[in-house]
Write a protein that binds this ligand. Sequence first.
Ligand SMILES: CSC[C@H]1O[C@H](OP(=O)(O)O)[C@H](O)[C@@H]1O
Length: 383
Amino acid sequence: MANTDRPRGERFRHGPLHEKPRWPEPERARRFAGPGVRNVGNVAFVRTIDWVDGAIELIDQTRLPDECVTLRIETVDELIDAIRRLAVRGAPALGVAGALGVALAAATCADPAEAVARLRAARPTAVNLAWGVDRAAAHLPDLAAVLAEALRIRDDDIAACRSMGEYGADLLAELAPTPVRVMTICNTGGLATVERGTALGVVRTLHERGVLAEAIALETRPLLQGARLTTWELARMGAPHRLVVDAAGPYLLAQGYADAVLIGADRIAANGDTANKIGSYALALGARRAGVPFIVVAPESTVDMATPSGDAIAIEDRGAAEVVAVRGVRLAPPGTEAINPAFDVTPHDLITAIVTDRRVIRLDRGETLTSVPHGERRHKAVS
Ligand SMILES: CSC[C@H]1O[C@H](OP(=O)(O)O)[C@H](O)[C@@H]1O
């Protein structure tokens, strides 16, 4: 029985957390306009993106939370389209997508370099996309070597998320009460990576340790990654959570609703200034005023030492359409103009700590991205 034939309630049975994460068996994809679409069966832990039978398969995040379907991506142009419309999104996931996209270019393009250049520019703010593309493209034109590098990046992301979860949960045990209430913005879970996530991966680890009191998720206008994706992931974890409108975030911090703020990152400049989803800066101001830790969680691949400070980070403006309408329903009068920065920059002096997969940088203690060496593990090794 196809997933869509199941009664709605059956579609997303929340399987036990301990169930081994696996990529659902690829059914023969039914052909729609564009890449094949198929429904993911009931699996407890879905993998966001992978290389399957010579192509990329990824969850189409524009369809969540109503349907969990995958796209089979067989060309670079299909991947660029998926990235631009946020069918695949989230900095680490974009890094893996970029690297796998180079394998597609090597396998299907007469001029791989031209296709790779367009792929690299599909979204400008997250450094991970260019980083993943460059890592894989260094092996062109050798398809096998490109693919091997891309799969290494995929596997490294899985390990990195586990490590960040441990480091972040350990840091919160030091900085915040137990059990802990955390606030987060956008989506930084398994959907933004290959599996577990960055900031929401810390929330998953807290929940698995039994020390999560509540996660408060900001809806994250205009594309509602928080309302659609983060709540979907938290519900599947069985984690206690509530959803709030973005503007409520700083006020709820002032009212004592959260003990810490955890966010992801799209690009971390050399001085620690951090680009992340629009609304992060307001949360940082609210956290500072409320005296709660503001923690960035991101893999080392998001650190961009070539960018000296936040002023130099290109902020993607996604145009008026996403602001004046929601899912095709117009909100504002026809012809209304809008400003739609998809990200903002939080200055390093508002950030308590940056947690990566290999270190914890305590900016609140004057540490910097250069003063804490890479590879220094202050915590137990994470398998
Ligand atoms: C761990 S993902 C990092 C980052 O990516 C998201 O942006 P988008 O949904 O536009 O790809 C958001 O800024 C997350 O915090």
